[in-house]
Design a protein around this ligand. Structure first.
Ligand code: ADA
Length: 564
């Protein structure tokens, strides 16, 4: 199972297999001596090591090792889909890379050797340590696992100029005009194929600046949309190396408070989703990704927010295929002024966000790029970081919408920076103990946000409710419809969804959340029964709660009225 891009001229060695494993509870990350490890276990890759019974709940170093035959004297690159929370990579006891972002892909050059068999070690660490890894802290409301979460492979590189990256942007969906950006070096002849047919050939292309751009007019080509997710492939070949990407022809922009996709207004209806399962942590099997998407489609959703980090590339490929629109965000959760004024934190944010953009550039399903979920955007001191991230996204990916999910509502100072205003709100859930009928607050609170945005002169920007929801413990039914009962969540989501589909000032909703997921194990769990965030519409094993059918009915009725 391969995700795009494909490198058809590179031989690939798939390392998704069983590796040797050692858990080191007491060794410090910087004092790790790769040569001294005595492996005493075997674990599959990909995996979250602390999702296995032997290591449940433990924090320390999770060291994975395998032996791999790489033809002697051959250039090769090691590609790691994701390793959390952070890691170091060794080949034959030599450090070849380190990476500090749990959900973005990275690669390391494998040093050339005369030996055939190479020893590959990936040392992951799941200890909270702000100095080493400022992106994930213990106060985040989702469990931080360790391990090699996504695919690992070695690619053998051909001799000569390599094609490093290809990006395709739709410039005009009506004429099929696209821009192809190719990153490479040197000077080369190139051919570009679309859907297996030669589209164009270019001689002596100058890559002295590291990249070149080409425009193609793909007249009559099918468009991509949620209703008709037509995909195409594009291959750039220089005779030595080739890269095949998959893309869709679609443009997204905003107009008078609406999100427009290929000229048509679209209301986003969906859920926030963590990559989570009690048995696998964030290293989900392919079947699970399909089940999650099938359930979203079954409920009539056209939208998913990947909270709060980039989702698995296989999931994004499936969203492309199934026509689900994606809000992709880099890792962030409730950071404070002290973070936004720390240059190390800002640098880590910029790096992971750029990695996310490069990796998922060609997915037509991704229409929104985001960062910094619920940061302290109500403080002026944080402006620099918000501006830097907005600028980065616009520079690296000018054809998508930029935003961040704010819980500061109208106190937020940076809403003017973004294309879409996104509020996370929990009326009638986090509310006063004296509120007898909290459900009545929902519509009122949404209206207040919309009116406030209007007063602030922001009603031209689409407004999305990027989180809203109520907890329900699977199987707990209660005739008085108390907090935590399935009945309360059902009543709650009915009000929310009816408001969203009928209110023209709401461009979309990402209900919180798709599935229950593990979170705080300590005192934080006082707010989180079972140590899970229980606001899923399905529980952690994807068993639907009462509200599932209600949401499905409201979304489906809306969809069928739209299609009339
Ligand atoms: C926040 C946050 C979510 C989750 C949610 C909740 O809005 O963004 O990750 O913690 O609250 O359940 O309260």
């Amino acid at each position: 199972m391969k995700t795009y891009p494909l490198y058809k001229k590179r031989k690939s060695i798939n390392l998704n297999t069983i590796w040797d494993f050692k858990f080191l509870e007491d060794v410090e990350f910087d004092k790790f001596d790769v040569a001294s490890v005595e492996y005493d276990d075997r674990l599959p890759v990909p995996s979250a090591f602390d999702a296995f019974p032997a290591y449940n709940g433990k924090r320390g170093l999770g060291v994975y090792r395998c032996f791999v035959d790489v033809p002697p004297n051959t250039d090769a690159v090691l590609k790691i889909g994701a390793a959390g929370m952070y890691c170091k990579v060794f080949v034959d006891n030599e450090l070849i890379g380190e990476h500090y972002s749990a959900y973005t892909a990275f690669e390391c050059k494998v040093p050339v050797s005369e030996n055939l068999t190479r020893e590959l070690v990936i040392m992951t660490c799941n200890r909270f340590d702000y100095e080493t890894y400022p992106l994930h802290e213990i106060f985040f409301d989702f469990y931080a696992y360790g391990g090699i979460f996504r695919d690992v492979e070695i690619q053998l590189l051909p001799d000569g100029e390599l094609i490093d990256w290809v990006g395709v942007d739709t410039l005009d969906y009506q004429t099929g005009k696209v821009k192809v950006t190719v990153k490479s070096s040197g000077c080369q002849n190139l051919s570009i194929d679309v859907d297996g047919q030669t589209e164009d050939e270019f001689t002596d292309v100058d890559f002295s600046s590291g990249q070149s751009e080409f425009e193609l007019n793909l007249k009559g080509i099918d468009l991509w949309s949620p209703e008709s997710p037509c995909l195409h492939t594009l291959t750039v070949d220089n005779g030595i190396d080739s890269v095949t990407v998959r893309f869709g022809i679609r443009q997204v922009w905003t107009e008078k408070g609406e999100i427009i996709l290929n000229g048509k207004s679209v209301k986003l209806l969906g859920f926030c989703r963590h990559e989570a399962h009690p048995q696998y942590g964030p290293a989900l099997p392919y079947q699970q990704l399909i089940v999650d998407l099938q359930m979203l489609c079954d409920m009539g959703c056209n939208f998913v927010r990947g909270s709060h980090y980039p989702q698995d590339p296989r999931f994004l490929d499936l969203c492309d295929e199934m026509g689900i629109l994606v809000f992709e965000e880099s890792m962030g959760w409730g950071q404070k002024v002290k973070h936004f004024t720390d240059p190390k934190f800002i640098a880590a944010q910029l790096k992971q966000t750029e990695e996310m953009i490069i990796a998922s550039y060609n997915h037509p399903s991704i229409i929104i790029r985001a960062f910094l979920n619920e940061g302290e955007s109500n403080f002026e001191e944080c402006r620099g970081c918000y501006e830097a991230l907005t600028k980065l996204v616009r520079e690296k990916d000018p054809h998508r919408l930029v935003t961040y999910a704010s819980n500061k509502e109208l106190k937020d100072r940076f809403l003017e920076l973004v294309d879409v205003v996104c509020f996370n709100i929990y009326p009638a859930w986090y509310c006063d103990i004296n509120d007898e009928n909290p459900l009545e607050q929902i519509t009122e609170r949404i209206t207040k946000s919309i009116d406030g945005l209007k007063e602030r002169g922001l009603s031209d920007k689409p407004f999305i409710i990027s989180e809203i929801g109520a907890g329900a413990i699977y199987g707990w039914r209660d005739p008085i419809c108390a907090h935590w009962s399935e009945e309360y969540q059902d009543e709650y989501l009915k009000i929310v969804c009816n408001e969203v589909v009928s209110n023209e000032s709401i461009a979309g909703v990402a209900l919180w959340q798709f599935c229950d997921c593990r979170t705080y194990r300590g005192a934080g769990a006082l707010m989180r029964p079972r140590a899970f965030n229980n606001k899923g519409i399905v529980d952690e094993y994807r068993r639907p709660k009462l509200a599932y059918k209600s949401v499905k009915k409201i979304f489906e009725d809306f969809n069928s009225n739209e299609n009339k």
